[in-house]
Design a protein around this ligand. Structure first.
Ligand SMILES: [Zn+2]
Length: 230
């Protein structure tokens, strides 16, 4: 049996050790490969594990490369562009203002608050998200004849929405960066869970009645997940 010689030059991506029992490989939304390993496993075994997963890594990498190019962590500099409801708006950083962060067809950030820019942006997005989701949920709930109990925001990286017992809806605030019809799809999806809890064909029939282009919307979310990172 031919065995590929194990070289020491296989790079170990970001390594996180913990009390776990086995080695695992994952990719974060910004495209960083992360190895999770137990404390007792040596680096040689980790490299061996990575080399066994080589093909998987290459496949994932090819698949996401295009999307990853789109991801650049925000720097909050003048002229940088930020997504809001599917459109990009320029950021203007100035000393000449009283507030902290404003939106007037473009984002205007007070230069004195630059160190807090990320927090301010998230807060702004969350407020907008809550207002927008509230309006759309009300509209679609009436249309679909369902009742929900509450709307909450989450900041989960991989989850756009969820529906909990008692009609508690939860939506990712990052969604407010996506186009309106994509947000509508996620809302319809979660409201449909009030009728059908599982992803059965009956569930998709409920979604389909209200939102025909759900396949395209799902594909959009998958392809643009990285753009909705921050
Ligand atoms: Zn679902």
């Amino acid at each position: 049996m031919h065995k590929t010689p194990l070289s020491e030059d296989i790079p170990i991506p970001k390594l996180i050790r913990s009390k776990r029992r086995s080695i695992a490989l994952e990719i974060s939304p910004d495209g960083t490969f992360i190895v999770r390993a137990p404390h007792f496993v040596g680096e040689r075994a980790i490299r061996e594990f990575i080399s066994r997963k080589r093909r998987w890594i290459d496949k994932i990498y090819d698949h996401t490369r295009e999307r990853l190019i789109l991801f650049r962590p925000k720097q909050f500099i003048d002229g940088e562009r930020f997504l809001y409801l599917g459109n990009e708006y320029t950021l203007h950083v100035t000393r000449d203002m009283d507030g902290k962060l404003l939106f007037e067809g473009r984002f205007i950030l007070n230069e004195r608050y630059l160190p807090k820019a990320r927090i301010l942006f998230e807060r702004w997005y969350r407020e907008e998200a809550f207002m927008f989701f509230t309006l759309r949920c009300k509209f679609y709930a009436e249309l679909m004849g369902v009742r929900y109990n509450s709307i909450n925001l989450s900041g989960a990286k991989h989850r756009w929405g969820s529906c909990h017992p008692g009609g508690k809806l939860r939506f990712n605030w990052r969604l407010v960066m996506a186009p309106k019809d994509i947000i509508d799809y996620v809302i319809v999806h979660e409201l449909a869970h009030l009728i059908e809890p599982n992803h059965s064909s009956r569930f998709w029939a409920v979604v389909d009645k209200v939102f025909r282009d759900h396949r395209e919307a799902r594909k959009w979310l998958k392809d643009n997940q990285v753009r909705l990172s921050f």
